[in-house]
Design a protein around this ligand. Structure first.
Ligand code: SAH
Length: 219
């Protein structure tokens, strides 16, 4: 793993300030962003970009989400220590580490085999409570359900019913749902499961993610 120098730590604190200025208020989220070394999730040649508030390619046509997006989704999730959190779209593993740093027990699913093969051993180098799975996130992880929280980090064409079923009553799902008129754009939704099984829906503005795909990748 690449080293984490004082310079990196300094750049991280600047990023935390940028996120505060953009409206992130949850101290637990800001602390996690200030702690997890984002530069080790990027190719070493991109270290200079790691603490800019930008998404970045991680190979296989996928991206590590923009820090603001990671912070916003984490804040909307309202995670407290010990919660079981299901993440769809492991990607680089950065979001999973931010949630684990916040005290979550993270279960994360990736559909692309090559990303899964790369990220699984990489995440094992951290001391975080993260379990990685290869599979179709639309199906969730029935064996490990129910979850306190579900976070989807790819653009979803619909709200996957299996994930609603695997959420506890009172639990929260944060999902970028495709806009009906333009599937290249999404609206960030926070859904809270009601005692009768229906979902209370709050909309949190526009966003853009890589698509959530249904089948397992051949790669
Ligand atoms: N959370 C990631 C960013 C993910 S980008 C990070 O912090 O880096 C979206 C990821 O979702 C990609 O890796 C993509 O391969 C994955 N993905 C897309 N559809 C999926 C599905 N149905 N199940 C699981 N993962 C999926």
């Amino acid at each position: 793993m690449q080293e984490d120098s004082y310079r990196h730590k300094g750049m991280r604190q600047q990023l935390v300030q940028v996120l505060k200025d953009k409206g992130i208020t949850d101290a637990n989220v800001l602390n996690a962003i200030g702690t997890v070394p984002r530069h080790v999730f990027l190719d070493s040649s991109f270290v200079e970009f790691a603490y800019q508030d930008k998404a970045f390619p991680i190979g296989s046509g996928q991206t590590i989400s923009q820090p603001f997006t990671v912070a916003m989704q984490s804040q909307l999730l309202n995670v407290t220590r010990g919660m079981k959190v299901l993440e769809i779209g492991t990607g680089s593993g950065y979001q999973a580490c931010v949630l684990a740093q916040m005290g979550a027990r993270v279960f994360t699913i990736e559909r692309q085999r090559n990303l899964y093969m790369k990220t699984k051993p990489f995440l094992a180098e951290f001391n975080y409570n993260i379990k990685t799975f290869l599979g179709d996130g639309n199906k969730g992880l029935p064996t490990f359900a129910p979850f306190d929280r579900v976070i989807i980090t790819a653009a979803a064409p619909e709200i996957p019913q299996a994930l609603v079923d695997q959420l506890k009553v009172g639990g929260i799902m944060v999902i970028p749902l495709n806009d009906e008129t333009d599937a290249t754009q999404q609206t960030m939704l926070r859904l809270t499961k009601q005692p009768d099984g229906t979902m209370l829906r709050e909309e949190w503005g526009g966003c853009r993610f890589v698509p959530m795909l249904k089948d397992l990748g051949k790669d």
